[in-house]
Design a protein around this ligand. Structure first.
Ligand SMILES: *Cc1c(COP(=O)(O)O)cnc(C)c1O
Length: 418
């Protein structure tokens, strides 16, 4: 690369990623094949429209790329229709709302501080400006309270019920939610659609290790770069042909222009990897590592959420008397990257929070073992339990784990396309 400044920053970032312990639950390391496709000449091609129906010439090859991405996405999630063009998870949600709702319609979603996403009705997001949101809280035990959900559905009579979250550590009972919704719709004056945003758990769903929301929801949206381990981007699935048509026009021409065919090529590569049996093994290890870290912290006396998926929440305020912001900074000093996070019943502001969110999708891609996950728990505990821990000593321990893991720029995963 001739641009010296960017070259140097790229080298710095590679070192930062290689030397650090990445526990941000929404991050992951894609394969070199994904990155090769993403950095390819497909970036030069304009292809407004969809395969076979483009507004530009010269789309014969990108048509095949996008069709392959669509077919693999459908196979992976057992869906009848897929749109692989959303530039991001937020764009996917924008289009999904537009496909199902009219401006001003009512949406029922999870209380944002309990783990919802900005696009699920935050005052600073388009979502709350275009639609009227009301919210369901989690139950006392931090799990989805189905009785309360039922009550709120009947009370609010929304046009859309939204499930799928950013910081929810337990399995989501999609089937039961759908049953409650069906019972509600039988007597409700307005029909309520069901949308699932599986951005975080798409990889777990793809590997069959939890319920598949595509079987129950009218629309399923996702990112492709979290547990699914693809390029940064979005995805929309449905089994309903009429809704699929609306989704397509909500993406192009309503909210996006030319699709990122280089990213779509990279999505196809990632789906090919996720379709390989090795991906299920990877996902199983992610769940085991997450649980091992959660359980080790619990054994050390810390207050943790428990976990059914790739993440858990550590209540740093109850456990160590510090807030999430302080905990994030302390762990950053020793080479562990996490994010502060609200916990159920949080008494502090979103800028401080009482917790941190910890995930193992990224570290497991680098080959982290159960023993590594437990050692990470012990390091976190040591770092947070006293006001003045031995930073140098703890840094050495994280560096030792990081040095034993695979290089983030040369990861390879088996693919069905081989
Ligand atoms: C990450 C996430 C998104 C948004 O994805 P971006 O690609 O960052 O726009 C949407 N919904 C949920 C639940 C998420 O966790």
């Amino acid at each position: 690369m001739k641009d010296k400044i960017i070259k140097e920053l790229l080298e710095k970032e590679t070192i930062r990623q290689n030397e650090g312990i990445e526990l941000i639950a929404s991050e992951n390391y894609p394969s070199i094949d994904v990155m090769e496709a993403q950095g390819s000449i497909f970036t030069a091609k304009y292809a407004e429209g969809y395969p076979g129906k483009r507004y530009y010439g010269g789309c014969e090859v990108v048509d095949q790329v996008e069709s392959l991405a669509i077919e693999r996405a459908k196979e992976l999630f057992h869906a009848k229709f897929a749109n692989v063009q959303p530039h991001s998870g937020s764009q996917a949600n924008f289009a999904a709302y537009h496909a199902l709702l009219n401006k001003g319609d009512k949406v029922l979603s999870l209380v944002l501080n309990d783990g919802g996403h900005l696009t699920h009705g935050s005052p600073v997001s388009f979502s709350s400006h275009d639609y009227q949101f009301s919210f369901y809280p989690l139950g006392e035990d931090g799990h989805i309270d189905l009785d309360l959900l039922k009550e709120l559905l009947d009370k609010e009579n929304p046009n859309l019920l939204l499930a799928g979250y950013s910081a929810y550590p337990y399995a989501i009972p999609f089937k039961k939610i759908k049953e409650i919704l069906d019972a509600h719709n039988e007597k409700a004056s307005t029909h309520c659609f069901f949308m699932v945003d599986m951005a975080h758990i798409a990889g777990i769903i793809a590997s069959g290790l939890c319920e598949n929301p595509v079987d129950y929801a009218d629309i399923v949206t996702s990112t492709t770069h979290k547990t699914l381990r693809g390029p940064r981007g979005g995805l929309i699935l449905t089994n309903d042909e009429a809704i699929a048509k609306k989704v397509n026009s909500a993406i192009f021409p309503y909210s996006q222009g030319g699709p990122l065919e280089h990213v779509i090529a990279a999505k196809a590569v990632a789906f090919g990897e996720a379709l390989h049996p090795a991906f299920k093994e990877y996902m199983r290890k992610v769940l085991e590592n997450t649980k091992a870290c959660n359980d080790e912290l619990a054994a050390l006396g810390a207050k943790v959420s428990g976990t059914d998926n790739h993440l858990f929440l550590l209540d740093v305020l109850s456990s160590y008397g510090i807030n999430g912001k302080e905990a994030q900074a302390r762990l950053g000093e020793i080479g562990i990257t996490v994010n502060k996070n609200m916990i159920h019943g949080d008494t502090l502001s979103p800028a401080l929070t009482s917790g941190i969110r910890i995930g193992f999708a990224a570290l497991t891609s680098r080959g982290a073992s159960l023993e590594d996950a437990k050692e990470v728990a012990r390091i976190i505990h040591e770092a947070l339990k006293t006001p003045n821990p031995n930073i140098e000593k703890l840094k050495e321990r994280t560096a030792k784990i990081a040095a034993s893991l695979k290089d983030v720029t040369s990861l390879q995963y088996p693919s069905i396309g081989e």
